[in-house]
Write a protein that binds this ligand. Structure first.
Ligand code: NAD
Length: 241
């Protein structure tokens, strides 16, 4: 999948209107808690603060695929991100990019992230020539400082643009210091714990799919292609053209 969206739009999920109406209430409550430095919260505490009963709150959050961690509760910043991404919050999400070669640098330069609420706050690479250079005003730091930088910037979202060989180690280090969402560009399957959201981008695979349909059309020119209606709609593999 090319899309970097973590989830389907709310309308596609069949979330009840009453739940949708409560999500901004939870979000406002979480904003206050995050500003007060609260890191995790139980469903009972959050329900109390939001003025709903805990069972209702758990049910509402289950529509987002969020169940919290038994005995720990919900990660306040992460839950805020999940709700915010569903209801289009204006919140700005800090992001770290690891691997500042051709791809990582192009991603760091991409202005479209800002308008979607993502701010690149840290860049990491092990190459001495790159360390200390800046990309869009953000200095490239030594990969050795990953843990310290993740802690300082409080990033929970990371982009991996390293060679395949180093990607799992980078991923493990990110997860170990609290990163909860990873967008992987390296051509390798990464393993993460179940609570971590991992998405993979594979442009080669997208081209292969296009080539497949091109080939089908060449074999049978009368057969309409996946986007023959000119809508750029989702084709049978679920990839938005
Ligand atoms: N998914 C896709 O569609 C897609 C498209 C293009 C490239 N890629 C992949 O993205 C990755 C980066 O591509 P590129 O063209 O920028 O490569 P590149 O060689 O230009 O850059 C790789 C960067 O990673 C750094 N690096 C090397 N080992 C590292 C490690 N262990 N930890 C952290 N950083 C490390 C290098 O110093 C370098 O700056 C490659 O794995 C490539 O295959 C994926």
């Amino acid at each position: 999948m090319v899309s970097v969206r973590a989830d389907r739009p709310i309308a596609e999920k069949g979330i009840p209107d009453a739940t949708i109406a409560r999500l901004p209430v939870y979000l406002r409550t979480l904003n206050v808690m995050a500003d007060d430095g609260v890191a995790t919260i139980s469903s009972g505490e959050l329900a109390d603060a939001a003025g709903v009963n805990p069972a209702q709150l758990r049910k509402d959050l289950s529509y987002l695929g969020t169940y919290g961690t038994r005995g720990v509760g919900y990660d306040v910043r992460y839950l805020r991100f999940q709700i915010g991404s569903q209801i289009g919050s204006a919140q700005e999400w800090p992001v770290v990019i690891v691997g500042l070669g051709n791809l990582g640098t192009a991603l760091a330069n991409y202005s479209g992230f800002g308008s979607r609420g993502f701010k690149i706050v840290a860049l990491l690479d092990p190459k001495p020539d790159l360390i200390g250079r800046t990309v869009v005003g953000v200095p490239i730091s030594d990969l050795a400082d990953l843990e310290q930088i993740v802690e300082r910037t409080e990033v929970r979202i990371a982009i991996i643009a390293t060679p395949a060989a180093g990607a799992q180690e980078v991923c493990d280090r990110l997860v170990a210091c609290g990163v909860r969402s990873i967008l992987n560009f390296a051509p390798t399957a990464l393993s993460v714990p179940p609570e971590v959201n991992l998405r993979k981008v594979d442009l080669g695979q997208e081209l292969q799919i296009l080539a497949y349909h091109e080939q089908q059309q060449m074999a049978d020119p009368l057969e309409s292609g996946p986007n023959a209606d000119g809508t750029g709609s989702v084709h049978p593999h679920g990839v938005t053209a």
